[in-house]
Design a protein around this ligand. Structure first.
Ligand code: URA
Length: 433
């Protein structure tokens, strides 16, 4: 005898279509029934479109998040005997901050379980970047992750398939039904994974600007507020920084070159914007974990963060001293006049790096670790005619034309005093307690 289902999907779709509110039980049933295949993809597509158009209340978003968490395993790091803190970025161009941030925070004795993903489209994936280090391994068992957190203090590794499986199925559906950009769905998707991961504190780096997932700052602010509320409601100390993704972060976009730049930051150097954001996020993470007064910059300058990085890379089979891959071909673009670089738009540069081979179009594609772009100037910098502005790296020279095509018009040289189109300050706002 088949079990009697508690609700009818069509009734629930009609309720949301007509701007009604779904109950806690209805949402719990919907997510469970969809995960086990009882609710069909076409029904869930109609539901996600109704949510996209009509929104959800705070209570509904919380119920959706909790139902997605309940679809899988929930990790527990309480046995570590130290606080845990994590960061999530909504993704951007040249965003390698997780790499220096994890060892920097872990150097203060706060555990950092950073479960990460691979990139799709123009935003890179943290695991893709780290896999350019010879020998480094992303897949760890839960026991290996726990041991590394205990012994070294931080780990960056692949999120296991057991965390929020409902989200995986739902995200793939949203991707092909034009419903990715709904704030209740984005917020519940991100926060279900982060809450299931078991961190005690969470800092969200919510991007706005041309290279961001949501380009408009007010939409990003709404997403940040929604996620902070979800975290706090679930007992995770949560805050968010709203950060500017109008220009690429740092001077590298790719994989191996982003690792190189991260190591420069860990050695106390590196581009000013990468250091600024790394330090700001580290302060937030430590403050939420109950350590507001730490001298974060000192740990970059005196080598403590670097020591933790090297130990973490070694623990996952990587050689922190190994040469990183170098692309077979280079193409340098130079300034055509003296002046000031007034424009360098993140999105076209991200797409160009992707076309060079640094990213993937389908999730089963490999990435070319040495492919990408090195920038030699940032908006506001004075430049001289003939000076290199950026270098494209690829294994196949045939890729250069399509990369150059997409950055055409995405950078510009003006005169001293002209407006610089950089989208304003790097950190625009903070949301949280
Ligand atoms: N990242 C996620 O994990 N989920 C979304 O819905 C959007 C971005």
């Amino acid at each position: 005898m088949t079990a009697v289902e508690a609700f009818d999907a069509v009734d629930l779709i009609r309720t949301k279509r007509d701007r009604g509110e779904l109950s806690t039980d209805q949402i719990g049933w919907l997510v469970d029934a969809y995960t086990r295949g009882y609710v069909a993809d076409e029904q869930m597509s109609a539901m996600t479109m109704a949510i996209f158009l009509n929104g959800m209340t705070r209570r509904e978003i919380r119920d959706l998040t909790m139902a997605m968490i309940a679809s899988g395993e929930r990790m527990d790091f309480s046995g570590l005997g130290k606080p845990t803190t994590d960061k999530h970025s909504t993704g951007g161009v040249g965003d390698k901050i997780t790499l220096p941030l994890m060892p920097l925070v872990a150097a203060f004795g706060v555990a950092v379980p950073q479960l990460s993903g691979r990139g799709l489209g123009h935003t890179g994936g943290t695991l893709d970047k780290l896999e350019s280090i010879p020998g480094w391994r992303a897949e760890l068992s839960n026991d290996e992750m726990f041991a590394q957190l205990r012994d070294i203090g931080g780990v960056i590794c692949a999120a296991g398939a057991g965390l929020a499986p409902a989200d995986k199925k739902l995200y793939a559906l949203r991707d092909i039904t034009g419903t990715v950009e709904a704030i209740p769905l984005i917020a519940s998707s991100i926060m279900s994974k982060k809450i299931a991961e078991g961190t005690g504190a969470l800092v969200l780096d919510v991007k706005f600007g041309s290279g961001a997932f949501l380009q408009d700052i007010e939409r990003s602010r709404e997403l940040a507020r929604t996620m902070v509320e979800l975290g706090e409601d679930a007992g995770v100390a949560t805050s968010a920084l709203l950060t500017n993704m109008s220009v690429p972060l740092g001077l590298t976009i790719g994989n191996a070159n982003e690792v190189r730049e991260s190591v420069e930051v860990l050695a106390g150097g590196g581009p000013a914007d990468i250091r600024e954001l790394t330090v700001a996020l580290a302060r937030e993470m430590l403050a939420l974990a109950g350590r507001p007064d730490e001298d974060v910059e000192a740990a970059l300058d005196d080598g403590r963060a670097m020591d933790t990085w090297r130990a973490a890379i070694r623990a996952q089979g990587g050689d922190p001293d190994a040469d990183l891959p170098v692309a077979k071909e280079q193409h340098v673009v130079t300034a055509d006049r003296d002046g000031v670089l007034v424009r360098q738009e993140a999105l076209p540069f991200g797409i160009a790096a992707w076309r060079l081979g640094a990213g993937r179009a389908r999730k089963e594609d490999p990435v070319q670790h040495a492919a990408g772009i090195d920038l030699h100037a940032k908006p506001g910098d004075a430049v001289r005619q003939g000076q290199p502005l950026f270098t494209l790296h690829a294994d196949e020279p045939a890729r250069f034309a399509r990369a150059l095509e997409v950055v055409e018009g995405a950078w510009a040289i003006g005169d001293a005093g002209d407006e610089v189109h950089d989208g304003g300050p790097l950190i625009a706002d903070r949301i949280g307690r």
